[in-house]
Design a protein around this ligand. Structure first.
Ligand code: PLP
Length: 364
């Protein structure tokens, strides 16, 4: 059993043939259609498709003029791209700790980490569940900070009825195959701010602007464009987004029931005000358990698992660059050592769910 399977089949993307035969492979009508579908689903004014979630974060940061000498607060427990995107701008990612119940950023630690160089907070809606956005918006308002939502894992997730990605200045999605929907590789930035959207559109395409039938380059931009072929996958996935989320939630609910009451393992907690969409199903083992042994045992039963996420302060690059000591961001470090993501995907059958739960219990 693999950790994830994208819910996508060839019959859903027959337009690939049409696009290939047309010879028009990038920056065309399929990209626009994909963007429009995302705009309509989320209810946002601008959606700009790019070729990865990392590119989305990078452009979001640049559009806010974040650069040398600035600091951006990010959760320590996340995929490394969250912090790397800040590094690309030559600003400094400052790691805030997480709440071990939800694996999301600890808002009290955000307050402790703010300095007079802080320009933005970049909360991650980790594993498919929103961060505590009321509190984050309050902090940002009081300190005049931007909010970039790293919603890489949370397209379609909600907080108090609001979609993840719409609660800050800019929101970023990833369409990597382990995400809620996939374009193989891809990402998107959403915003209601016209100025940011126009800057991002330009930066995605080498900083170019068309004027009087000519192209001018106003910035040293990037090639972060998404292709027509990838957008065709995105269109097919958007049509199924609602049902993909429903089936993920159903599988997670069954797993919660079957895995509750195991004393060495904590199942993921869903906050009352959140619609968790379970991009990953991450459990936390107690301090007396050997997480790596647990994962090896599951592997011996043909069940793939990975660590729940990474404690970034203890990764060689960040440790060496900023002098962090492993464990200095304590909850994140604990989660990095003791969490495991179990398989969860929309097509999961009841037999697979039962087998997974029985095997996890057997690990005792
Ligand atoms: C929280 C988070 N941010 C950013 C990214 C980067 O997305 P991508 O792999 O599409 O560049 C990922 C994906 O792995 C992620 O999980």
């Amino acid at each position: 059993m693999r950790i994830a399977y994208p819910d996508l089949c060839f019959d859903e993307v027959l337009d690939l043939k049409k696009a290939i035969n047309s010879g028009w492979l990038t920056k065309g009508p399929y990209v626009e259609e994909f963007e429009n579908m995302a705009k309509d689903y989320i209810g946002v004014k601008y959606a700009i498709a790019v070729n990865s979630g990392t590119a989305a974060l990078h452009l979001a940061l640049i559009s806010l003029n974040i650069s040398d000498g600035d600091e951006v607060i990010v959760p320590d427990f996340t995929f490394v791209a969250t912090a790397n995107a800040v590094e690309y701008t030559r600003a400094k990612p400052v790691f805030a700790d997480i709440d071990l119940k939800t694996f999301n950023i600890d808002t009290e630690d955000i307050k402790r980490k703010i300095t007079n160089r802080t320009k933005a907070i970049m909360p991650v809606h980790g594993l498919g569940q929103s961060a505590d956005m009321d509190e984050i918006r309050k902090i940002a308002r009081e300190r005049n900070l931007f909010i970039i939502e790293d919603a890489a894992c949370a397209m379609g997730a909600k907080y108090k009825g609001e979609f993840c990605g719409t609660m800050g200045d800019l929101g970023c999605f990833s369409f990597h195959p382990r995400k809620i929907i996939t374009t193989a590789e891809g990402g998107m930035i959403i915003t209601n701010n016209e100025k940011h959207a126009k800057a991002i559109e330009r930066l995605r395409d080498h900083g170019s602007i068309k004027k009087d039938g000519r192209v001018y380059f106003y910035n040293c931009g990037y090639n972060y464009r998404l292709s027509e072929l990838h957008s065709i996958l995105g269109i097919a996935q958007m049509k199924k987004l609602k049902s993909i989320i429903a089936r993920r939630q159903e599988a997670a609910k069954k797993l919660n029931t079957l895995l509750s009451g195991i004393d060495f393992l904590r199942i993921p907690e869903t906050r009352k005000d959140c619609e968790h969409i379970f991009q990953s199903y991450v459990v936390l083992l107690d301090s007396g358990s050997d997480r790596d042994k647990f994962m090896t045992y599951l592997k011996s039963k043909n069940i793939e698992t990975v660590g729940g996420n990474h404690a970034l302060h203890s990764q060689p690059f960040y440790k060496n660059k900023y002098g962090y000591k492993p464990g200095e961001v304590p909850n994140s470090f604990e989660a990095g050592e003791r969490s495991a993501a179990l398989p969860l995907y929309p097509q999961m059958t009841d037999e697979e769910i039962n087998f997974l739960a029985q095997t996890v219990r057997g690990a005792l």
